[in-house]
Design a binder for this molecule. Sequence first.
Ligand code: NAD
Length: 273
Amino acid sequence: MKTFRDKEVLVTGAGSGIGRETALAFARAGARLWVADINLAQAEDTATQIRALGATARPLHCDVADNNSVQAMADAVHAEIPALDILMNNAGIGSAGRFLDTSLDTWRRVMDINLMGVVHGCHAFLPNMVARGQGGHVINTASAAAFIAAPDMPIYAASKFAVQGFTESLRGDMATHGIGVTAICPGIINTAIVANSIMEGKMGEGARHDKVVQFYQKRNYTPAQVAKVILRAVQRNVAVQPVSPEAWGMYFAKRIAPGLVSRLSEKELPFLK
Ligand code: NAD
């Protein structure tokens, strides 16, 4: 896809962070936006910012964990247009805590949003994209946690490894329909995700949670920087797109020195000490 002018783009989790900035970037490139979030007020705020650019945006309420909610959103979109050009399954939540401290409720909640949210989006929107026969693109927000599974993030890593695997499978499948599929692996990005993460066990202790939040703020790689890379990845139909330098580092480290990565994983992260 060489140009985004007049393309119909839907982004989930568009009320904040990477989703909001990517929606704004697509709007600046001439696309027409559908901005979905579980927090409708935040989606409306994103839509207002897009309209201020002179572009078109429709805010939508949607809980990606709930298939009925995603299907209702797709029905509303398809009542107005035959199919999306670009679907970005981006909504996600963070979670941290050693395995023995995790609850099964947290496992289900995170998998329902981070993995099934992506599946629900594809299930609801891809049939129309395929039937229209004019190609398109699916962007799934995975993570550098899909390269290296830190011991403090068993649930989050499991959800993002799964998104990565699903995305790879879908890419081969959709190629015959001219639909590109890209996994985005951002890195450490300064958004609201850590402040809103489910923290269990030692990770949930106030001081530790604050340290992680401060670490992400100090790193200060912005969601707007991620958005720029995402648009380029779609234009080039990249399969897996690491974004920040640490995401690239993790991508190569896992391939070049998996034994070293495994030994380092046993050590406590320096910024938590
Ligand atoms: P964020 O918290 O700023 O934004 C996430 C958005 O998703 C919020 O607006 C939230 O309301 C929405 N959301 C949460 N649950 C939802 C649901 N059930 N249905 C619909 N919307 C829902 O976080 P972000 O950092 O912009 O995260 C976006 C994506 O990027 C996530 O998938 C996250 O896992 C991934 N990611 C983030 C980072 C990072 O460092 N920030 C790194 C790697 C991957």
